[in-house]
Design a protein around this ligand. Structure first.
Ligand code: GDP
Ligand code: MG
Length: 163
């Protein structure tokens, strides 16, 4: 039960890094109590007194490009059915790829809210590069660095407004 957010995107954009950042505190507590492994894909996040569930998708991804696109599209469709909101993660260092375009096409039809996260914005120059992602049709966009945590506060503010 409760508000659930799914993290989707192609491989290596930083979905799992973002997931770990969003749930870090709770995860440490759970690991201490029950000894669960760190690579679980369901977590809980707290922000400003509001709690929501987070799902990290994309554990298994095939090698061939066509297969990758199909597998990711399937994960995105499932996420749209299961979640109350979607974090669509892209990578500023690669720019928009054809798989990003495929995912964006699916998500633009979503009835649930979609937050476009442009990850790996580790320094100011990349803030400028991130503007390219407005072309995918989501507004606002959320430039973040999942590694440093910068920008994730603004993202969490936007998410919990929907709870
Ligand atoms: P996933 O496949 O989408 O789950 O991506 P991962 O979370 O496994 O990250 C893929 C790679 O991107 C790893 O080498 C991460 O360290 C790196 N990465 C993730 N977030 C950031 C970030 O904010 N900045 C930079 N420079 N690298 C990142
Ligand atoms: Mg991952």
């Amino acid at each position: 039960a409760g508000f659930t957010v799914a993290i989707v995107g192609r491989p290596n954009v930083g979905k799992s890094t973002l997931f770990n950042r969003l749930i870090a505190e709770r995860q440490a507590i759970v690991a201490d109590v029950s000894g669960v492994t760190r690579d679980r894909i369901y977590g809980t996040s707290d922000w400003n007194g509001k709690t929501f569930n987070v799902i990290d998708t994309g554990g298994f991804v095939p090698d061939a490009h066509d297969e990758i696109t199909r597998a990711i599209a399937r994960q995105v469709e499932i996420a749209m059915q299961e979640a109350d909101g979607i974090l669509f993660v892209c990578d500023v260092t690669t720019g928009i790829t054809d798989i990003d375009d495929v995912i964006a096409d699916i998500l633009r039809k979503s009835k649930t809210p979609v937050w476009l996260v442009v990850n790996k914005v580790d320094h100011y120059e990349r803030q400028l590069d991130a503007q390219e992602f407005y072309r995918l049709g989501f507004d606002p966009i959320f430039p973040v660095s999942a590694i440093s945590g910068s920008g994730t506060g603004e993202l969490l503010d936007a998410v919990v407004q929907h709870i």
